[in-house]
Design a protein around this ligand. Structure first.
Ligand code: C2O
Ligand code: CU
Ligand code: CU
Length: 489
């Protein structure tokens, strides 16, 4: 054991102590330290049957007859589903579906979604990545109580076509609501889509843990440290489904896991990255693996000679704390290529405006600390040295202004940074202390920060009001690795 491992291991036991119930009671009220469950025996890793054909996502039907309008009701409630044959699992789900139904709209559409909360907890719906006004974005202040409802209304501007998702955002309860099943995906389509001629498939990748009775157990102390990962990684709610790809197709992929990193590979076969969180790139990028941090999305065009490959999440060491199982390759789906139409992939997809004329700079630093308080060890996940406080403004911005944000990870673990309300462009990422210019323009709302890495991004907010920025490992966000940006008019 080297010194670093030793330090990590000894801190892990101290942290486990910090989460014991005695220390909970001693915690000052202002500090929302979560309760931790004891680890429980788990259901066998192969108990969920594998190998069935990939099912398309369910869809949220548009109840409006008017062109340019999308109107629907989305209900969050407790449901029973069967994942392991013969066993019922209680999930929290939108419209009874895990993942939640796909919402698909066109750029320019007016969207009106009535949210009905039938959960035992207050909740909100946050439209991850979408440029919606702050009051419609499911902020932690805007709770919908159990039994309550509200309507979210927004219009999606031209240029917002892309691959988004939605999930709850009540402070403190987001991790639980998501690991119980609440998350769904959202696609905004462009009127003139250069890839309109491609057949398209959707892969929502999520994580699930079941105990031996088929129940979803609570977060353990280790989950609160490293982020929760289950023994199952599901695609559209299925374990290792079979995906048939005829000819050349477009794939949209979501990392909807609470904490799992997905270093995606198609058995080493090259593919084109054509889009990121906020839509298409300027030009397809050929690659053979792609790291998707929790919260991130991608669009690919894939094309293979007839035969089979395995879509795999390759081992990725995100420097978890403590004694954790070795990372390994994780098969996600079997992919079978069959002959089919092969539309031409344009060399130019669209043009993106490179954000320039930086008028202000902001700095966000993620860190972790271990402290002794009241004779107890306490772990904290911090932004600019502070834990989240709903009543504090951390950064002040201005509508329409181009800002450059310096995102710093001053910790030994990876943390994905995410900002609400707008997309940003990565300018550079540090590698061994040197800034490396980002090779291509892309719109993103989530970017990984490796340990001790600095990433520079540029952005512009279109609405005034309060926005969140946080680590998208939900257990870290839930413990306060989150800040508030006030965008002034
Ligand atoms: Cu996907 Cu603030 O969240
Ligand atoms: Cu978000
Ligand atoms: Cu984190």
């Amino acid at each position: 054991m080297n010194r670093r491992q030793f330090l990590l291991r000894s801190s892990a036991s101290a942290i486990a102590l910090a989460f014991s119930s005695r220390s909970m009671a001693a915690m000052p009220a202002a500090h929302t330290m979560p309760t931790a469950s004891a680890p429980v025996p788990l259901m066998a890793a192969d108990a969920i049957p594998a190998g069935s054909p990939l099912a398309p996502l369910s869809r949220l039907a548009n109840r409006s007859k008017r062109i340019g309008e999308f109107r629907a009701t989305l209900e969050a409630a407790v449901h029973e589903v069967t994942l392991v044959p013969g066993i019922n699992t209680t999930v929290w789900a939108y419209q009874g579906a895990v993942p939640g139904p796909l919402i698909e709209v066109m750029e320019g559409d007016q969207v009106e979604i009535r949210f009905i909360n039938r959960l035992p907890q207050a909740s909100t719906i946050h439209w991850h990545g979408l440029p919606v006004p702050p009051a419609e974005d499911g902020n932690p202040w805007d709770l919908v109580p159990p039994g309550g409802e509200r309507v979210y209304r927004f219009t999606l501007p031209e240029g917002s076509a892309g691959t988004y998702w939605y999930h709850p955002h009540p402070h403190g309860d987001t991790p639980e609501q998501v690991y119980r099943g609440l998350a769904g995906v959202f696609i905004v389509r462009a009127r003139h889509d250069p890839l309109a001629g491609f057949a398209e498939q959707h892969l929502v990748i999520s994580d699930l843990r079941l105990d031996r009775e088929g129940r979803i157990p609570g977060n353990t102390a280790e989950d609160w440290m490293n982020g929760r990962e289950g023994q199952y990684v599901l695609v559209n709610g299925q374990r290792e489904p079979c995906i048939t790809l005829a000819g050349r197709q477009r794939l949209r992929l979501w990392n909807a896991c609470s904490a799992r990193y997905l270093r995606l590979s198609l058995g080493g076969m090259p593919f084109w990255l054509v889009g990121t969180d906020g839509g298409l790139l300027e030009a397809p990028q050929r690659m053979s693996e792609l790291l998707l941090a929790p919260g991130e999305r991608a669009e690919w065009v894939v094309d293979g000679a007839p035969g089979q490959v395995v879509l795999t999440a390759l081992a990725y060491d995100r420097q978890k704390m403590g004694e954790v199982a070795d990372e390994r390759d994780w098969p996600l789906a079997r992919v079978e290529f069959v002959p089919g139409p092969r539309p031409e992939l344009p060399s130019r997809l669209r043009s993106l405006e490179a954000l320039s004329g930086v008028a202000a700079r902001q700095r966000v630093e993620f860190s972790e600390t271990m402290s002794m308080e009241n004779g107890q060890h306490e772990m904290a996940f911090l932004v600019n040295g502070k834990a989240f406080d709903m009543n504090r403004i951390d950064l002040v911005g201005k509508v329409g202004r181009v800002e450059e944000w310096e995102l710093v990870n001053d910790s030994h673990m990876d943390h994905p940074f995410h900002l609400h309300g707008t997309q940003f462009q990565v300018i550079s990422r540090s590698e061994e202390g040197k800034d490396v210019a980002e090779p291509f323009l892309a719109w993103r709302d989530t970017v990984n920060l490796a340990p001790q890495q600095t990433v520079r991004v540029r952005l512009r907010q279109a609405f005034s009001g309060l926005r969140m920025f946080h680590c998208h490992i939900l257990e870290h966000e839930g413990q306060g690795m989150m800040g508030v940006l006030e965008v002034k008019p």
